[in-house]
Design a protein around this ligand. Structure first.
Ligand code: ZN
Length: 334
């Protein structure tokens, strides 16, 4: 595969703290020889673990972006042992637009891996992360949340790996992060167009989050994100002193399995939920009704849970289209 056309205006091998941009060539009507400036920070201090912190993979997931912007300003080179790269607005056009996807090409960065060096901007960013950044990374932590359409119980997540050593190391991230819940995505042959998939291909250890959502930044959720990231950095040994003295709260570890964990709108209309986040539901229990504003005398469509579990994610907008995800469940791992 050919080389990335993106260039960094900082030197990742240089000691100390540097801020700069990844320059993504973008020749358009308004700017013939222009480039898209994706902010990046490198904080390097001698030999040690190499960590890549990512947020803004989806532009409307703000908790992680705020967490990493604060960390960008706070961390000093003397705090670090090894190197931390911070990419706080990974899909920069999407982050600036406050949208899940890029307004330039419609691209969803987290469905664009392994990317394409000669593709549209979103594919070029995915290619750069997978083929330039990940090969010089030991640990990648990718901070997501529910975005505009979903709300989560703040959680950390990993994929289930067959490799026992990889699984044990990844599971330890969940305990170190200490979100109220953590979940392991137990889907063999799962989605491989994500950064998670890229990390697995490049043999980089990975943890993600689903911090909150609804296109908001809530103080309680931000505290979970900030203290979790601080503990994670200390856990992997890239920080000399603890950034937080708060011990990790106990996290409830769940499994998110196949299609029966997810509930989708069977019709388009107005959704009336019958349960909230944190509900423990039974198989067959009513999840809600889809009402039809264009024919109000028509009976609403019932929606029921296919299996028992804990409601960890719910749809936020009342208006819904057939195929929208309304809820998803987790079940205890052990
Ligand atoms: Zn996301």
């Amino acid at each position: 595969m050919s080389r990335s056309r993106i260039s960094a205006d900082i030197d990742f091998d240089k000691e100390g703290k540097q801020h700069g941009f990844l320059r993504l060539p973008h020749s358009v009507h308004e700017s013939a020889y222009g480039w898209i400036p994706i902010p990046i920070t490198s904080i390097k201090n001698g030999a040690g673990p190499r960590v890549l912190l990512v947020s803004g993979n989806h532009g409307d997931e703000y908790e992680g972006q705020v967490t990493l912007m604060k960390l960008t300003r706070r961390l000093r080179a003397e705090d670090v042992k090894g190197r931390i790269l911070i990419l706080s607005a990974a899909n920069f056009p999407a982050a600036m637009a406050g949208r899940r996807t890029s307004p330039i090409d419609g691209g969803n960065l987290n469905r664009s891996f392994p990317g394409d060096p000669n593709g549209q901007p979103t594919a070029m960013i995915a290619h750069y992360i997978e083929h330039v950044l990940l090969p010089q990374t030991d640990f990648v932590f990718d901070l997501h949340s529910g975005g505009s359409s979903l709300q989560y119980i703040p959680s950390a997540l990993i994929r289930r790996y067959e490799d026992k050593e990889r699984m044990a190391k990844s599971r330890a991230f969940l305990e170190a992060f200490g979100a109220p819940i953590a979940y392991i995505v137990d889907v063999p042959q799962g989605e491989d167009r994500t950064l998670t998939g890229g990390a697995e291909r490049q043999n980089v250890l990975h943890m993600g989050t689903e911090l909150g959502g609804s296109g908001t930044v809530q103080p309680a959720v931000l505290r979970i994100a900030e203290s979790g990231v601080a503990r994670l950095l200390h856990h992997v040994g890239v920080i000399r002193e603890k950034l937080t003295q708060e011990p990790a709260p106990k996290t409830r570890v769940l499994r998110v399995g196949g299609p029966d964990y997810y509930l989708y709108a069977p019709d388009s209309g107005l959704f009336e939920p019958h349960v909230d986040l944190g509900a423990e539901v039974k198989a067959g229990q009513s999840a809600g009704l889809v009402h039809f504003p264009d024919t109000p005398w028509r009976d609403p469509s019932p929606v029921a849970f296919a299996r028992a579990g804990l409601v960890i994610c719910k749809r936020i907008p009342g208006k819904t289209q057939r195929g929208d995800c309304l809820f998803h469940l987790g079940t205890d791992w052990d």
